[in-house]
Design a protein around this ligand. Structure first.
Ligand code: NAP
Ligand code: G4F
Length: 324
């Protein structure tokens, strides 16, 4: 009998890490997850998987810890999902963002090159690299124009991954993923902020929801659909880079409309504008062309924008107790 495939997932406690771990376990993988030490270990998103995944301590800032994690896991596949991923924080903590989201990738690639050069490596690249977009829709060949320290760090991480592939022959692929959401999304990202806000208002716990730029437009998909694309990329004969997107663009205003309506509310009665939530430089619009992924990976999204936002609003409503 052949040994099971082993995967190391950095960022396993995050939104995507939790869905990817589920996906890999269903396919019979032994899953190792890199986790940071904290005074309170809160692994909410992977609580239901705790008995089935092996957690290894490590941090993208500490190269020795990454080497140790690779030695322990002896992975066939490595999914690098860990990052400081919230764009506004990248203006208040630009150096830390560059360390985690940019240089952290070089630390990990360098360990892979030295300890397990035959492992397949996935890098979580981002549509935020397209920033002030040079063409619509964006595809793999669209030039990058990052508009935040986060976008700049991701662009560096993307290029260094391609460079390690070309310099050392590593099997290293980048998924350029457009925004993807779920009921497990971090609470500060816009879709989750709106679904939580609408739920709190519907439950009588709040009256208003302060928001930033309602005109911003994004290509929003479901995280559960997108982790399948990550895995498919590492099953190809040769490494490559892929845009993963729905091809549809919607505004933040539409997110508000759908989420509030799903809970029987009119968003216009509750959403207020807070200039403090506007960004120093905005990405006005993003929409991806995933035709390469469709053709070469046989991947396409299964969840519509409306289904996604309605599902998130209902999940937060169900989880919010009524005001007493
Ligand atoms: P997320 O929920 O914010 O999760 C980030 C993960 O990274 C968490 O597990 C976090 O651990 C871990 N992490 C942060 N800094 C670390 C460090 N120094 N060392 C080790 N682990 C660290 O992000 P996500 O939405 O799942 O996204 C996954 C990846 O895809 C990220 O790289 C993100 O930038 C990228 N991406 C996301 C999207 C999207 O729309 N979701 C789109 C394109 C690209 P803690 O739990 O300890 O904080
Ligand atoms: O949900 P967001 O914070 O996501 P953003 O900035 O697009 O970044 C996400 O997607 C990237 C892929 O393109 C990832 F790489 C990144 O890690 C992250 O997952 O904001 C979306 C839009 C922005 O234009 C923002 O200005 O929503 C607008 N917005 C309006 N009001 C708001 C708010 N965003 C947040 N977070 N909070 C608001 O109140």
């Amino acid at each position: 009998m052949s040994e099971p495939r082993r995967a190391l997932v950095t960022g396993i406690t995050g939104q995507d890490g939790s869905y990817l771990a589920e996906f890999l376990l269903e396919r019979g993988y032994e899953v190792y997850g890199l986790v940071r030490r904290a005074s309170l270990q809160r692994f909410e998103r992977i609580e239901h998987l705790r008995e089935r995944v092996e957690l290894v301590h490590g941090d993208l800032l500490d190269q020795a810890s990454l080497a140790r994690a690779l030695d322990l896991a002896r992975p066939h596949e490595i999914y690098n999902l860990a990052a400081q991923s919230f764009v506004p924080t990248s203006w208040t903590e630009p150096v830390l963002t560059a360390e985690f989201t940019g240089l952290g990738v070089t630390r990990l690639l360098e360990c892979v090159r030295q300890r397990c050069p035959d492992a397949r490596f996935y890098q979580a690249s981002s549509s935020e690299m397209f920033g002030k977009v040079r063409e619509v829709p964006q595809r793999e060949s669209t030039p990058f124009y990052p508009r935040s320290p986060y976008g700049a760090a991701k662009a560096y991480a993307h290029h260094i991954t391609v460079n390690y592939r070309e310099s050392y022959g590593l099997y290293a692929s980048c998924g350029i993923l457009f925004n993807h959401e779920s009921p497990r999304r971090g609470r500060e990202f816009v879709t989750r902020k709106v679904s939580l806000g609408a739920a709190a208002i519907a439950r009588g716990r709040a009256k208003t929801l302060p928001m930033g730029n309602l005109d911003a437009r994004r290509d929003w998909g479901f995280a559960g659909d997108y982790v399948e694309a990550m895995w498919k990329m590492l099953q190809l004969d040769a490494p490559d880079d892929f845009v993963i997107a729905t091809g549809e663009m919607h505004s933040v205003r539409e997110v508000c409309e759908i989420a509030f309506a799903a809970l029987g509310l009119d968003w216009r009665a509750h959403v207020t504008l807070d200039p403090k939530l506007l960004r120093p430089a905005e990405v006005d619009q993003l929409v991806g062309d995933a035709s390469k992924a469709r053709a070469k990976l046989g991947w396409q999204p299964r969840t519509t924008f409306r289904e996604l936002i309605e599902r998130m609003a209902r999940a937060d409503y169900d989880a919010t107790p009524p005001a007493s």
